[in-house]
Design a protein around this ligand. Structure first.
Ligand SMILES: C[S@@+](CC[C@H](N)C(=O)[O-])C[C@H]1O[C@@H](n2cnc3c(N)ncnc32)[C@H](O)[C@@H]1O
Ligand SMILES: [Mg+2]
Length: 305
């Protein structure tokens, strides 16, 4: 009986092939083992290698990459702005500003600017990083706007309208914020974000390049000088554009310039200029690159005339 059961159990295995001349079983080449043993060994090594690979990938994505991009500015921008954004754009067939707008429409309360700001910050901390000034530097921006209490205000670089909403919600009645954005797709999203926050009457979003629009401020809006300018467009434009504001006499004694990202990605020529020019008194506010732990800050410069 036992013999029968044993045959039943092992009988289905292939008989090892035998050497035709010597009649001995042929062993698996090189290993000194039978074919089945070597298959099992291969399977085990495959499982070991793939589990090791999975563990390495897990460590990479759950720990190493987040740690590196939290503390290294170059990697943070490359990871969030190139790798993640392009991948998500391709996978979701939408753009980051469109995804950000959807988050606002789903999470924020219409007509409530604070809820729009919170919805964007939540989206950027939990779903996708985006190049808004962010909550940490945003509170410095808020305090400067409150201190200046401007009657004329200009923003260079709107993107999705996050800082526009932050500034406009604090403006005294009757003050309009002029914000410039040269990317039509970003401008279209920003208009919807500003309208969702109920601030469309306090903001004038102009589509176009700062270099072309700054000289037209008087002609377009009858503006003589700006009390407050928030500078947050492409970093190589900071210096030429404040020189343009000076040339067009759009700065008065006491006008305040607040420049974002002076450390990361950085604006060395601009900093050198405002810190060494006798026409400015400048102060650095240390903070972090939006939604990371990388050092960045805002430079507040008072125009002395
Ligand atoms: C860093 S984002 C602005 C972020 C925004 N201030 C915020 O904190 O929510 C910079 C924006 O400036 C725009 N920009 C860059 N150079 C510009 C220029 N010369 N004129 C107008 N817009 C510009 C870009 O298209 C981009 O949307
Ligand atoms: Mg910025």
């Amino acid at each position: 009986m036992c013999e029968l059961l044993w045959k039943e159990a092992v009988g289905k295995r292939e008989e090892p092939k035998k050497d035709r001349i010597r009649g001995e079983p042929i062993r698996a080449r090189g290993s000194g083992e039978c074919g089945n043993c070597s298959d099992r060994k291969m399977l085990l090594s495959f499982l070991a290698v793939s589990s090791l690979g999975a563990a390495v990938l897990y460590a990479l994505f759950s720990w190493l990459i987040p740690a590196v991009v939290q503390y290294n500015g170059w990697w943070a921008l490359f990871w969030h702005d190139v790798i993640v954004e392009k991948t998500l754009d391709t996978l979701t067939r939408s753009t980051r500003p469109q995804r950000l707008l959807r988050a606002v429409q789903q999470k924020a309360i219409k007509g409530d600017p604070q809820s729009v700001i919170s919805a964007i910050d939540y989206f950027c901390r939990h779903s996708e990083w985006a190049m808004n000034v962010g909550d940490e530097k945003g509170s410095i921006l808020d305090s400067v706007v409150c201190e200046v209490c401007p009657t004329t205000a200009l923003e260079l670089g709107t993107y999705c309208g996050y800082s526009t909403v932050r500034i406009a919600r604090l403006l005294p009645p009757g003050t309009k914020l002029i914000t410039l954005e040269f990317n039509p797709a970003f401008a279209a999203v920003a208009r919807q974000v500003i309208e969702y926050a109920g601030l469309q009457n306090k903001v004038c979003l102009v589509e176009g390049a700062s270099g072309d629009l700054i000289p037209k401020m008087c002609q377009m809006f009858g503006i003589k000088t700006f009390d407050f300018v928030f500078i947050d467009h492409w970093k190589d434009r900071y210096l030429p554009d404040i020189k343009l504001l000076e040339e067009c006499q759009l700065l008065r004694k006491g006008s305040i310039l607040l420049a974002d990202n002076v450390i990361c990605p950085g604006t060395p020529e601009y900093l050198e200029y405002v810190r060494n020019s006798p026409h400015y008194e400048s102060k650095y506010f240390k903070s972090h690159l939006e939604y990371t732990k990388v050092e960045d800050g805002l430079e507040k410069s008072v125009f002395l005339g």
